[in-house]
Each structure stands twice: as C-alpha cells, then as structure tokens.
Ligand binder design. Structure first.
Ligand SMILES: [Zn+2]
Length: 384
C-alpha cells in the first residue's frame, strides 16, 4: 500500500524534467504542496535568477536537535544517451522503476513524501526537516546557499541523512571536490631572446611541479586508517593550454586542476601552499621582467567533503534504523560535507545504486524502495 503510493509519487517526480540547466520550480512546488498538506511549515527559497529554488520544511516544533532528510531535485541530462523508454515517463519492468532521477535521487524524495504520516509521528520526538536543493549536479550550488542560511538561524538541526543512491548501505565519508582554473599572463617575444619575455607556459609548468610536490606531501599527511580509496587527498592536472608556436615566448597559459580533499585541513594546506608559491616565488620573478605579468585563479567550485568522524550520531541513527554496523566512504561527492560544515552530523544512505546514476535506463528497484521506506518508517518508533 505504502509502496504503491510512493511509486505513484516517484512517477510524478520523474515526470518533471528537472535537468540542472533548466528550472526546478515545478518539482519544488509539487513537493511543497505535499509537505504543506501533511502539516509541514514549508519555505521555498528562490535563487537570484528566479528560475531555481531550494525547499526547506519542518514537521513538528521549531526547536534544536532535529533530523534533516536531504536530497537534490535536479537531474543530469539525457542528451546522447540511448534509453529503452522515455526517460521522463516512469516505466516499470521486472521489479525496477526506470526513469531519469529514479535513483539519483528522486527515489529517496519519493520515499520521504510517501511516509509523511509516519514522519509527522516521528516529529513528536524530534523535529523532522526536509532540505531539497537545486543544482547539486553542477557543484552543489543550491546546498551551498542553503547551509549559509541555516547557519544563521537560531534553530539548529543536529542530524542529516542524505539519500544519495548507496544501495541502502551506510556511508559516513566522502571526499570533497575543488576545481580551479589558473590563468598565466606573460610577455611575448622572440624565442632567441628569452630573457626579454615572460614565458607563461614555463610558469604554468613550475606551478604544476609545485602541485606534484604537494601531492607527495599529501600522501605523508594522510591519517593512518583512512577509509578512502585512494586514502589520501588527490590532485589532478586536468588540462593545460597555452603558447603560440615553436619560436615565440608563450604569452598566455591556462591550467585546469582539481583536488579531492579528504578533510578541510588538507584543502586549506594545498590552497595556502600554492598561493604562497605564487606570491613569493612566481610573481616576483615574472614582474621583475614584465610588471604587467600576472597569475589569476578562478574557483570553479569548492565543495567540502564529509569527513569521517569517530562520533557521528547520524550514522549511529541509521545503523539503528537499518540494522547495519559498518560504514564506508564513497568516492563521489555529495552535499553531506556542507551540512557537516555547519555543525551537523551527516550520513549518506539511500535507495538505488550509484552504478545506475547518470546513465541511460537509470532505475531503482522496488526492493530498494521498500528498504528505504522501512528505514524512514522506523523513525516513527525510534527514540534518541
Ligand atoms: Zn545525486
């Protein structure tokens, strides 16, 4: 019965083509209506463009210590993917529900909305909040705004469950994701007179070499027993473009690099080290020859990860709800670290597999949906 209701809600949710590049307002309003009908206090928070919104809602009293059920409302595009059926019409085949967003992560949102009567009961013990965001798939933009707002509020939720597809396994860590574009401006000249120019490609290469040195440091800094794979913070040189031809001193270069930090301390370490290398070493040398030379860094995205903690009440709650006693670390980025960054305990556990996410014929199985409903349903009887 509950599974039937939830399946119908999931069908509605998949019917909203809430691809990150498009508006998410229709799906947010649909979710808001359902939450309001269940007696929740609902806020729809528009972004400056007016085409996107986050939703934050509360069942129960507005007081400290609540539990946030969190998910993103946007989905990745279906362009160039070969689907067996219409990606925005839910189709059931062999116990599986197909559609874009089925596991990532409308399945979890549907399970929440299909359990609102039980969650209203659970809210008598502690407030139950809902955080449904926009633009997770393009750098967690919505969640970054939402946590800024939540951080300023007097009422502090304590716990957060992020229902990303983990096949209902418990994960209490994920690496962060930081992306930077660095532009090097030199001074062009004839290659026969290298001293008169500033070669932007050469400075970019020195910058990259410094990143390689830091990469070795990161291996040394890695805490013993780190459950990440690979265990340490990693760096990737994604793209390097620059220069004109063999015999011209390269006037410009552009570097795209990325870091997947295991904790905020590593993130700060790398940023500070590379910034001081630029300020103290590279820029003075460049400007001694060409005062107009420069290095500018554009931050494309900086999302902190979920740092595994010995004490994590959200993880312990999900252990109790699901009967598990082991938590892993996921390789993909989630919004969990953003909630942790404002003082909440966060855990990742949701229906469906990341294997199916972002691909053609994305699905969530009915069995996974049942497990998600069971976990949420047990909140009504859970104390602590
Ligand atoms: Zn997702």
């Amino acid at each position: 019965m509950r599974l039937d209701t939830t399946r119908a809600i999931l069908s509605d949710l998949i019917g909203f083509p809430s691809v990150s590049s498009d508006t998410n307002l229709p799906i947010i309003h649909y979710i808001a209506d359902r939450l309001e009908a269940a007696g929740a206090a609902v806020e729809v928070m528009m972004d400056p463009s007016g085409h996107k919104a986050n939703l934050f809602a509360t069942l129960g009293e507005a007081r400290d210590g609540g539990l946030v059920l969190s998910g993103h409302s946007d989905v990745v595009p279906v362009t160039d993917q070969d689907w067996t059926s219409d990606p925005f019409t839910m189709t059931e085949r062999d116990g599986k529900l197909y559609g874009r967003g089925a596991c990532d992560m409308k399945g979890f949102i549907a399970a929440c909305l299909g359990s609102l009567d039980l969650l209203a009961e659970a809210a008598r013990t502690r407030p139950i909040h809902f955080a449904f965001t926009h633009d997770e798939e393009v750098g967690c933009l919505g969640a970054q705004e939402l946590v800024k707002i939540l951080a300023k509020r007097p009422v502090k939720p304590a716990l957060c469950i992020i229902g990303e597809p983990t096949s209902m396994q418990v994960f209490d860590g994920n690496k962060g994701c930081c992306e930077y574009t660095v532009r090097f401006e030199g001074r062009p000249g004839h290659s026969s007179a290298p001293d008169k120019g500033v070669n932007a490609v050469e400075y970019a290469v020195r910058y990259i070499n410094r990143l390689f040195e830091l990469r070795a440091e990161l291996v040394k800094r890695c805490p013993e027993g780190s459950r990440f794979d690979p265990p340490q913070t990693t760096l990737n040189i994604g793209a390097l473009r620059g220069g004109i031809s063999h015999n011209v001193i390269a006037p410009r270069a552009e570097l795209n690099w990325e870091m997947r930090p295991i904790n905020e301390a590593d993130m700060r370490f790398v940023k500070e080290e590379i910034a001081s290398f630029v300020e103290d070493t590279l820029l003075p040398e460049m400007r001694a020859i060409a005062p107009e030379a420069g290095i500018s860094t554009e931050t494309i995205g900086e999302v902190v990860g979920l740092e595994p903690m010995d004490e994590n009440a959200a993880r312990d709650l999900v252990f109790a709800l699901t009967g598990q006693n082991h938590a892993g670390c996921v390789a993909f980025n989630t919004e969990a670290g953003l909630f942790q960054s404002i003082g909440m305990d966060a855990v990742i556990c949701g229906p469906g597999s990341i294997e199916q996410a972002h691909k053609a014929d994305e699905f969530v199985s009915l069995d996974q949906m049942s497990q998600a409903l069971a976990m949420i349903g047990r909140l009504a009887s859970a104390r602590s």
